[in-house]
Design a protein around this ligand. Sequence first.
Ligand code: NAD
Ligand code: IPM
Ligand code: MN
Length: 346
Amino acid sequence: MTTHSIALIPGDGVGRDVTKAAWQALQAVAKAHGFALRGDWFPWSCAAYKETGAMMPADGIETLRRYDAILLGAVGWPAAVPDAVSLHGLLLPIRKAFVQYANVRPHRLLPGVQGPLRREGFDILCIRENTEGEYSGAGGRVHQGGDDEVAVETSVFTRKGVERILRYGFEQARKRRGKLASVTKSNAQKYSMVFWDDITQRLAAEYPDVEVTSYHIDAMAARMVMAPETLDVVVASNLFGDILTDLGAAIQGGLGYAASANINPDRTAPSMFEPVHGSAPDIAHLGVANPIAAMWSGAMMLEHLGEAEAARALLAAIERTTASGIGAVPGKDRTEAITAAVLAAL
Ligand code: NAD
Ligand code: IPM
Ligand code: MN
């Protein structure tokens, strides 16, 4: 029997509840499809930071490297640890160290879920650059605290980095409806974003079957609200993709529905699967976090591990659950009730 080894990092706040729920669903689907998932739990979190002074041990990356995939809940508890410390101590280093350069986030309405827009029928796949750009971490502060203080944070766009994420976008478009929207702000940012547009143009020649359109980020934000059904694959830089995917989550009914995969397409290191949302301190401990985003991320993990049939079965169970009305209205059902319904649907 095939066994996939999974590193589980529930993290903080609702990350714990939704990871537990997703793991239950994953175990059930694995059993039904004749393979095993072996999970090791890592308590790396802001709570651990308060005890040990680190978000993960010094050899954390090397530990994770031994797994086939990582399932993560959410990282961040700003009341205890500054976000810039916790996220740069755990989530962001994993994405970079394991070259998970493609952050893949699907946005569509699950059956029975009513988004805030009075339109249906959109099915968007956002591809966000995940290792460089505006979140490269290059910068510094000088004369800290003084009147002459200066803060500099430099976006880093490399030819290798931009080319590979655009190519990934073209490939996904080719597998879907053949449309790629490339998002920049090249009217105002005349170096990095024009560079991105140039590479888009050049690659377009290699993909004559893909219809590629460049949009400015501001116009894309409006389009995702006004005409989301005109979009297929959307590819964007780290910051723009981060913002657009919370917008995508909103139009699909809320952050409790938005799944995501941090993919290393070359498979030189494990990929990581996590919902788009964070630790939701405002609802943590209430037992009302929607586990669907985490479960759907789990289905993306199965797909990546080569268990396509099981991935489809899990997604179908999620869809039957929301179609029945359970988990279809944000805030209505408790985490446990939604989890039980998905398990029953499986
Ligand atoms: P958030 O995503 O945690 O919450 C935003 C809103 O969405 C809140 O009102 C919350 O209640 C709601 N929400 C989130 N997940 C939900 C779910 N599963 N079900 C129902 N409602 C849900 O964003 P935030 O408040 O800006 O961030 C909180 C913390 O999480 C911060 O520390 C932030 O840095 C961190 N964060 C981590 C990740 C990650 O680990 N990938 C992602 C985003 C934010
Ligand atoms: C996300 C999150 C993270 C990001 C934060 C927590 C650093 O917002 O996964 O979308 O911006 O990548
Ligand atoms: Mn985000």
